[in-house]
Write a protein that binds this ligand. Sequence first.
Ligand code: ZN
Length: 61
Amino acid sequence: MAHPKRRQSKTRTRKRRTHDKAVAPTLAVCPNCGAFHIYHTVCPTCGYYRGKVAIVKEAAV
Ligand SMILES: [Zn+2]
């Protein structure tokens, strides 16, 4: 397998990693219940997606 001859310096590794960071997901307001949910996902509060019931929430155990 291809293998680097020399170890990459800490500086070089850290320079590359300056561009790595977590981004906050885009949130949307559910038109059914008004709660925030992640875009393109079923609302975790009411189970609606695109105006229809996608998953039926069961009562809390
Ligand atoms: Zn909802």
